[in-house]
Design a binder for this molecule. Structure first.
Ligand SMILES: O=C(O)CCC(=O)C(=O)O
Length: 254
């Protein structure tokens, strides 16, 4: 199957709304190896993954993993050569109007009945000012996904709001941040397998809890303008929590 090119209407939609759904983008056959590796991560999550929803007061070895978070490409660099990688870079570059390069990916999985949405946030709030207007994310589920399973939601035109004030929720021990955008502008994006979403680094987004009997699994691919240094010049709410070492660090630049 041929991967699609960004059309003029895709580009115009993305630039005015700050997000885009691309149906029939990815050949599911190209996801087989990725899905197998991510199953390996799930089976070994206590050593291979973080719990993005790690609760305060819960010991590290007792984390519930309501949002499993890991980087497949850091463990298996062969994914740099995957068709979904080169396609996301090319399509995302057309949307942003600037040449992009792959930065990092995240496997994000929610167990059945996890009761935990991924809180509203903007990616730039995590990345810092270095990424101002220079980052874009492609979110790719491993199966059909609806609101009841944890699909993506965006604040329509939210990329024009600047970076909203974020905070670390009081009950959370991980690096998770949240903001409180005007939810009357929220748009839910249920997807079929093979579809993806793209969103601008300033677009507020969230995913709902998984209320189904099966795992919700997805890969984010974070892309940055070629030559951008990487995260830095952080906002005051930024914190690093390394769940392998247990270390919690506040960056000096904030
Ligand atoms: O999959 C999720 O739960 C959240 C994904 C996300 O926040 C992102 O792709 O930036």
């Amino acid at each position: 199957m041929a991967y699609p090119q960004a059309s003029t209407s895709d580009i115009e939609f993305f630039r005015s709304h700050g997000w885009l759904v691309v149906d029939d983008a990815i050949d599911p056959n190209d996801l087989q190896n990725l899905m197998a590796r991510c199953d390996e991560i799930l089976a070994n999550r206590s050593t291979m993954a973080f719990d993005w929803a790690w609760q305060k007061g819960v010991a590290r070895d007792a984390r519930a993993f309501k949002i499993v978070q890991a980087s497949p490409t850091r463990q298996w660099p062969e994914f740099d050569d995957a068709p979904f990688r080169s396609w996301a870079i090319e399509f995302g570059s057309a949307l942003l109007g600037d040449a992009l390069e792959f930065w990092y990916d995240q496997f994000l999985a929610k167990p059945p009945h996890n009761e935990t949405p991924t809180a509203w946030h903007q990616d730039e709030a995590y990345w810092g000012r270095n990424l101002d207007e220079r980052g874009i994310t492609c979110w790719m589920p491993f199966h059909d996904v609806g609101v009841e399973m944890g699909c993506m939601h965006f604040i329509d035109e939210g990329h024009r709001l600047g970076v909203l004030t974020h905070r670390q929720p009081e009950n959370v021990q991980s690096d998770l941040l949240s903001c409180a955008p005007d939810e009357t502008r929220a748009v839910a994006c249920p997807l079929k397998l093979g579809a993806v979403t793209f969103h601008h680094g300033k677009t507020p987004h969230m995913t709902t809890a998984n209320e189904t009997n099966t795992w919700r699994r997805a890969l984010t691919q974070h892309l940055k303008v070629v030559g951008t240094e990487g995260e830095g010049d952080h906002y005051p709410w930024k914190v690093y929590v390394n769940q392998f070492s247990g270390k919690r660090v506040i960056p000096p630049s904030r």
